[in-house]
Design a protein around this ligand. Structure first.
Ligand code: BG6
Length: 499
């Protein structure tokens, strides 16, 4: 049985498009997040575009329609960065220029793991360039060296919603099979270059959100439902090809590099014990959760999704060779995000609707909800850890979790975030219990946005998860100064007393 001991990796997490900034510095090309305007609770974000014939510009809302589209652009329009528009990701919280300071704050807390993503467009500005951008790679060299110098192990996501704009505009995003090899080339360059520095890689962030968010996760615009499932299949093929390469590198250089699956792993709760609710949850889980993990961890398309494709008339362009590749290259571990249980009912009229991380449901009477409508649910992790381990028996990393809420600077200039400390106390107890009582193989935990970042859903700064406050507001004003919240000191003590 595993135990929460010295080997357990405590850390924080972030990603390039919400933290890195420097969107057009160091040779980086524009990517998806660079055309997103801010929203707020209940106000969706928009993507900006330009008409290639008339040069007219505009912005279109991102939302889900019954055809399975997130973004519908007028004819002859491509995504483009416009003048005089505020884009939260352009500067984000400027990790690009603050990485030394941020890493030293991590070290001060005694953290041992930092999960972040590399931006495809920093390495290949257009996605399909002949040569990688050395200046972009040099930045990642420096970040990794700084982490390792501080005794912090990097965990790198290869793709966190940051597809180069050119790959969307010219190739139509992930529905196009040409994108697979473009992406695999990028991944191979990184894995080879960093074979002595990075042990843990994650393929696609929250791959099980591809269907629900085809624009963000697959770079699809004006798509059909068929495009979505072909894009998902292309993600599976790309991840399997990368895994095949990881095995080659491990053999050749005697390494133990691991490629993980990353899913949105919020547990699903039944609203009532009505058998209809139970059946509803089973089919929801089949479609939005098990499908992805069965393919990536067990190597097979499950029967439930095959039946779903048949009944919906969805056809996947999958060759025998690709299916074989997927079968022979299952991923090594599960990294998952978990923010709070999603409560579902077969009859939505029974309860009040609420939001959550991508998947929304109804309000659970046993939980409280944040100002953004996400469940405040510290027990969710222990539940998710057990369910995932029971099903797949693979090592687990919690790579996103936290409480996204408002923080206020008090008169003494400090941030007294006792609500976050309370949340973390019970959450960490849940992880300990999953390990020590339930015997789940959990290897590490990274708190999402441990140094404040821009929210993905709304583009706001005011939805904060961090232990460190970054001085920046929703309109982009602020000094970017970092300030330790009370939770920073609590975390530091917690790690010390648990090591
Ligand atoms: C996950 C994403 O869906 O949720 C992150 O992987 C995101 O990128 C996180 O930031 C929290 O969402 P939000 O909208 O609060 O930033």
């Amino acid at each position: 049985m595993s135990e929460l001991n010295r080997d357990f990796l405590w850390g924080i997490a972030s990603d390039a498009c919400q933290g890195e900034g420097a969107w057009n510095e160091g040779g980086k090309g524009p990517s998806l997040h660079d055309v997103l305007t801010p929203g707020s609770k209940g106000v969706v974000r928009k993507a900006t575009y330009r008409n290639i014939l008339t040069n007219e510009t505009g912005a279109e809302s991102i939302h889900f329609d019954p055809e399975g589209r997130n973004l519908v652009l007028p004819d002859n329009c491509v995504l483009d960065v416009l003048d005089n528009v505020y884009y939260p990701s352009h500067e984000a919280t400027d990790f690009y220029h603050h990485y030394k300071e941020d890493i030293s704050l991590m070290a001060e807390m005694g953290l041992k793991l930092y999960r972040t993503s590399f931006n495809w467009a920093r390495v290949f500005p257009n996605g399909d360039d002949e040569f990688p951008n050395e200046e972009g790679l040099k930045f990642y060299d420096d970040v990794l060296d700084e982490l390792l110098r501080n005794g912090i192990e990097p965990m790198i996501t290869l793709y966190h919603m940051d597809i180069p704009l050119n790959v969307i505009n010219k190739y139509g995003g992930w529905k196009n099979k040409e994108v697979i090899d473009m992406f695999v080339r990028y991944a191979k360059i990184l894995i080879e270059r960093y074979k002595d520095k990075v042990r843990y890689w994650l393929a696609f962030n929250e791959i099980n959100c591809d269907e629900m968010m085809p624009f963000y996760y697959l770079g699809l615009v004006n798509n059909s439902r068929n495009d979505i499932f072909n894009g998902i299949h292309n993600h599976f093929v790309a991840a399997a090809k990368i895994k095949e390469f990881v095995k080659e590198i491990n053999r050749k250089y005697d390494k133990q590099i691991m490629l993980g699956q990353m899913i949105a792993g919020d547990p699903i709760y039944y609203y009532t014990c009505d058998p209809k609710d139970i059946l509803h949850v089973i089919s929801y889980k089949h479609r939005y959760f098990d499908f992805y993990s069965d393919v990536q961890l067990l190597g097979e398309y499950p029967r439930s999704i095959k039946r779903f494709f048949e009944s919906e008339g969805i056809t996947i362009d999958a060759s025998e060779e690709e299916l074989e590749l997927i079968r022979n290259n299952t991923l090594d571990y599960i990294g998952f995000s978990c923010y709070g249980g999603i409560t579902l009912t077969s009859d939505p009229k029974k309860a009040e609707a609420t939001g959550g991380n991508i998947f929304s449901g109804v309000k659970n009477p046993y939980l409280t909800y944040t100002d953004w409508g996400w469940a405040n649910d510290p027990t969710c992790l222990r539940i998710a850890l057990n369910q995932l381990y029971d099903h797949y028996h693979k090592p687990l990393f919690i790579v996103e979790n936290g409480l996204g809420t408002y923080d206020k600077i008090s008169e003494d200039g400090k941030i007294h975030d006792d609500y976050r400390i309370e949340y973390l106390k019970s959450t960490f107890q849940g992880i300990k219990d999953a390990i020590n009582v339930d015997g789940v193989d959990v290897r590490g935990y990274t708190l999402w946005g441990g140094i404040d970042i821009v929210s993905a859903e709304t583009g706001q700064m005011s939805k904060r998860y961090g232990l460190v406050y970054v001085d920046k507001d929703n309109e982009g004003n602020g000094s970017l100064d970092r300030c330790r919240k009370d939770s920073f000191f609590w975390m530091k003590d917690y790690i010390k007393s648990n090591n």
